[in-house]
Design a protein. Sequence first.
Length: 285
Amino acid sequence: MKYINCVEDISIDYTSLARSLYFKYNTFMQDANVWEMMEYIMPTQLYNTISHLKKDVIGHELINDFVMRYYPGEYIVKYFLLKRYINNNDEVSAFEINMINSRLDVGRINGYSYAYEIKTEFDTLDKLNKQIEDYSKVFEYIYIVIHRCHLNKAVKMIPDHCGIITYRIVDGELKFNFYKKVRKNKYLSKDNQVKTLNSKELTQMLKELKSKEIPAERHLKEEIIKKYSQRKVNAIYKKILKERYRNKWRNLKQNFNDINPIDIQAIFKSGIDPKFVYFKNSFNV
């Protein structure tokens, strides 16, 4: 929160302001464009209190500070969740993995597979039951990561195998509490696992299974895989997902300390070096 104190005196709805910045902001905007956006969205009185920083401070940092303080959405939670595991060896994490009819916030794979669905104080739990159902067919361990405001409702909703992690913000950091222990779920479905793989990955699975047949058509590949046990398919499925995201995860690990929390997902997906994002190349004196 390096830049928040200089604007605290002004009577403004900071939550609404931070929300607007959060949804208008794009990680890959040039610095000059970020500053233009702030000037457009912020009340003039507020913008004038930070405009003197323009020559020296990357606009991305200011956006991150505002959002961290006043609108800590899911990207912030994702950043601090992965921070717990970023130095672990022989594991891979990924964002926004398509899972049947849902999209998983964070997937983590080492010897096991873990699904994390995030619900911030700005979210509802309307889709949670369906999301847990979908994830349970594909990943072994399912967690919901929730703001404490959802705790009472979530406890009544979730199945026994689902774990609960609550979080709170302390001095600009997220602190997690493992409120309910997770159990390995019994609903894994090889049919649903293979549906999340592309055709090339299905071919890889057939090779790992040492199948004598490797047809070109997707539906035929799926039919052959169905003949193998859930245990074998699941083991190879985890291996394939680790390989799918390995390079992007490696880039994130190498650059993690240089990435603003709000940018964590965008930089993961792009695989870009953050020095090409946080570069004050677009300010003209």
